[in-house]
Write a protein that binds this ligand. Structure first.
Ligand code: DP6
Length: 298
């Protein structure tokens, strides 16, 4: 029986994908930019099987997530008129509950693996990314490294400085979140702040790219900080508000702010749709990274 295997990394967005165009499959309302976390990967194995497409092994996906995974495999099969049935196994090299979303890497790995199984692995990364986007939007940026840029119907790499950042997550909570990011995309549309969100995100991205061009680390940090608060403000101001930031997230954010204030330097700080805090350090900040890890254990 034939089998195929593919591993793909996850990514962390500095300008967030939040809000989708209605009636379309994961079409973002605004452009987004992410840093690919090449050490944090999902691996998917597809084995030829009889019966139905299904799961052989997944220590990390619940029933609903497995159903979404199978649906994406079937979408990919339809694109290439494939009728073969497959058994799926999927795994992450980062533990469940370590504060990292796995949907970007797992959908990217499923797409990459299916394309291998269909003999389509030589498709350009931009086409693979478009297919993967339809499973989970953020996964499309994982096909580019270190920087992934998704704008309109295009996904591409971007040649920016800071190609070797150090990533660390302050794990505030290991619990599974109550509102998934897919649901968050739906709910933010009811916020009065949402109408102008595409404009704000686009402007902020422009400013961020200028700050990158000038290698202005402080300005990059400020813009990325403003961006995650902008997204979390959408959550708080939705018709049915919801939140991910907890007391401990807030404590850690305040500590990071005072660290920056004291040292006039520090990491880029961002949060996804979850309580955990993602930090990106320049390679020359390794010592600072260790210090912050020690100071922020919960
Ligand atoms: C907050 O890609 O998980 O992480 O397209 O519904 O699968 P679906 O949503 P998803 O959304 C990610 C949202 C985010 C920000 C980002 O990664 O840009």
């Amino acid at each position: 029986m034939n089998q195929w295997q593919a591993s793909m990394p996850t990514n962390i967005a500095l300008i967030k994908y939040m809000g989708k165009k209605p009636g379309q499959k994961n079409v973002a309302e605004n452009p987004s930019l992410s840093y690919t976390l090449n050490d944090l990967c999902s691996t998917v194995i597809l084995k030829e099987g009889d019966g139905n497409d299904g799961f052989e092994k997944s220590s990390q996906l619940n029933q609903e997530e497995q159903a979404r995974f199978i649906k994406h495999l079937q979408f990919l099969k339809n694109q290439f008129d494939v009728t073969q049935k497959y058994q799926i196994s999927s795994e992450n090299n980062f533990p469940l509950g370590c504060g990292l979303a796995s949907s970007a890497s797992s959908f990217a790995a499923l797409t990459e693996c299916a394309l291998k199984a269909f003999g389509k692995e030589s498709l350009p990364a931009s086409e693979k990314a478009q297919l993967s986007r339809q499973g989970s939007g953020s996964s499309c940026r994982s096909f580019f490294s270190p920087w992934g840029y998704w704008h309109g119907d295009k996904v591409e790499g971007m040649d920016l400085p800071y190609k070797n950042l150090i990533h660390h997550v302050i794990v505030v909570s290991k619990e599974k979140k109550l509102v998934s990011s897919s649901e968050a995309h739906q709910r933010v549309a009811s916020s009065l702040l949402f109408a102008d969100r595409p404009l704000r995100a686009t402007k902020r991205l422009d400013l961020l790219l200028k700050a990158f061009a000038q290698q202005d680390w402080l300005r990059i940090k400020q813009l990325v900080w403003q961006e995650f608060w902008d997204m979390h403000a959408l959550f708080e101001t939705a018709a049915e508000p919801f939140r991910y930031i907890t007391e401990n997230s807030y404590k850690a954010l305040l500590m990071l702010e005072s660290f920056w204030h004291k040292n006039q330097d520090g990491p880029i700080i961002t949060m996804d749709a979850g309580p955990n805090i993602h930090l990106l350090f320049r390679p020359d900040q390794q010592k600072m990274c260790n210090e912050i890890i020690d100071a922020t254990r919960f």
